[in-house]
Write a protein that binds this ligand. Structure first.
Ligand SMILES: Cc1cc2nc3c(=O)[nH]c(=O)nc-3n(C[C@H](O)[C@H](O)[C@H](O)COP(=O)(O)OP(=O)(O)OC[C@H]3O[C@@H](n4cnc5c(N)ncnc54)[C@H](O)[C@@H]3O)c2cc1C
Length: 452
């Protein structure tokens, strides 16, 4: 017998009725109590959260013939997916799986089984075979050919429907209890759901407006799991210098940034940065942000930008001189053409107390050296980062010590599984985090289904 349902259409997906926890007015036990005893209301698997991990978990378990329900607090699936890749959804990366494992250091080994069971190739095939074209961009980022994250939602939505998955919307799960052989999940609105296995796929604790507010950690705590405190990852950094704030919206491609704490090297990477009204962002800044944050407690961090990484300081100085010789009436701001964006060239020179309109052939040897030295190591003082909610990814979550990496099953409570960002591992930008969510969702669902 199927669990009772209220069929209301929601984006073409079935919405499921709930069972009130309250007793009826006569004090008699409500019908669901008997139904649970008869096991007619118990789903094979309940998935908490309809993000990347939850949708993939449900689709996989549905394909394995299980009776699944997704419990989602929002009124639609994948709200965060819509924000990804600047609205274009960078859903994975075309790098080799070994690179994935390296990129997730120090938690890469934990994810090995998940990445091998459902790899980036498998994920690309999943979407392509369902009619979604993909393209590979710089740094091997894989994005939708449509340039619209909604295309990913559409494929997931259609696949959920095709796999016969039930979705209960507006169900924020606030409590989880284990009985003899099934779990009871209570939602904030008083309704209750039952399942033999539960996959927690409730995401991290940032961009709360998308529904991910760290509830998975509270649920895991209720069943005695260790939780690593949430901190922001892939988060923009604050800089002291107001000249950087004034450059908001300007991006520099092909630069190298290096971070130091008390003159000790923290890290260095090459790629793109973006100036913001409070400091810096962009892929390489976001990727470095967790390391930088962990050092900030020891004091301010120095960041240098090498705007011309392919030339040494001497070569750069020579090149600047050659540029001013080539055009006798060139102004200094003109010899920076191609090295810095126009607006930035002017503020860069003002920063060095040089007049942008000064004839370049009047520059002294010291001034050439000053320009070259600052182009090679433009300094910024990093004072902090934006708050947890602004992190594209959350570091922390359910401790890896309490999860079996081969199955994603809890080591504390058999039958309970975790997938996606609620697990304490995070990757860099470039499609790695969505792949983690899809892969761990797939692995958890495979094992949960096979153990039924
Ligand atoms: C702005 C932005 C851009 C990003 N860009 C990229 C990118 O281009 N590439 C990439 O790989 N990664 C990107 N990420 C990261 C990526 O989006 C996440 O790592 C990924 O979505 C995590 O998937 P998830 O399924 O674990 O969690 P989520 O996608 O957060 O889904 C969790 C779901 O659980 C639901 N939920 C939460 N609590 C409950 C509860 N108590 N009861 C019921 N439902 C609940 C939520 O409503 C939500 O639907 C980006 C993140 C942000 C914020």
């Amino acid at each position: 017998m199927q669990p009772s349902r209220e069929h209301s259409e929601n984006h073409g997906l079935k919405s499921v009725g709930s069972h009130s926890l309250r007793q009826n007015s006569t004090g008699d036990k409500p019908a669901w109590v008997t139904a649970v005893k008869d096991k007619t209301l118990i789903y094979d698997i309940a998935v908490i959260g309809a993000g990347a991990a939850g949708c993939m978990a449900a689709i996989r378990a549905g394909h394995l013939g299980k009776k699944i329900i997704i419990l989602e607090r929002n009124d639609s699936i994948g709200k965060k997916i819509l924000l990804t890749g600047g609205g274009r959804c960078n859903l994975t990366n075309a790098a080799h799986i070994d690179t994935f494992i390296k990129k997730f250091k120090p938690t890469g080994e934990f994810l090995r089984s998940a990445f091998f069971m459902f790899s980036n190739e498998d994920l690309m095939e999943f979407f392509r075979s369902r009619g979604l074209g993909l393209k590979i961009e710089e740094r091997l980022r894989v994005v939708c050919a449509t340039d619209k994250a909604f295309s990913v939602i559409k494929v997931l939505r259609d696949s959920l429907k095709e796999a016969g998955i039930e979705i209960a919307y507006g169900k924020r799960i606030i409590s989880i209890k284990l009985h003899d052989d099934y779990f009871t999940l209570a939602a904030k609105d008083g309704s209750c759901f039952y399942a033999y296995k539960v996959i927690v796929a409730s995401g991290g604790a940032s961009y709360k407006e998308t529904g991910s507010s760290g509830d998975g950690a509270d649920l895991a705590r209720q069943l005695n799991h260790r939780i690593v405190p949430f901190t922001p990852a892939l988060v923009p950094l604050r800089a002291k210098e107001t000249w950087a704030h004034a450059l908001q919206g300007i991006s520099l491609k092909g630069v190298r940034v290096t971070f130091y704490c008390k003159n000790k090297l923290i890290g260095s990477d090459a790629g793109e940065i973006l100036f913001t009204h409070f400091g810096v962002s962009g892929p390489i800044v976001l990727d470095a942000s967790s390391d930088v944050l962990s050092h900030l407690k020891n004091g301010e961090i120095k960041m240098t930008i090498d705007c011309v990484p392919h030339l040494s300081i001497e070569e750069l100085e020579k090149s600047l001189k050659a540029r001013s010789l080539a055009k006798s009436n060139a102004q200094i701001k003109n010899i920076l053409q191609g090295l810095l964006p126009k607006t930035m060239a002017i503020s860069f020179l003002s920063l060095l107390s040089l007049t942008p309109a000064k004839p370049a052939n009047q520059l002294t040897k010291i001034e050439y050296r000053l320009i070259a030295a600052n182009l090679k190591a433009l300094p910024l003082t990093i004072t902090g980062a934006l708050a947890l909610n602004e992190g594209m990814v959350t570091a922390g979550g359910v401790s890896l010590k309490d999860i079996n990496p081969r199955t994603m099953e809890s080591k504390v409570v058999p039958g309970l599984y975790f997938s996606g960002e609620i697990i304490d591992c995070r990757g860099p930008s470039g499609g790695y985090n969505l792949q983690q969510a899809f892969s761990t969702g797939f692995l958890a669902a495979t094992n949960a289904s096979q153990s039924l």
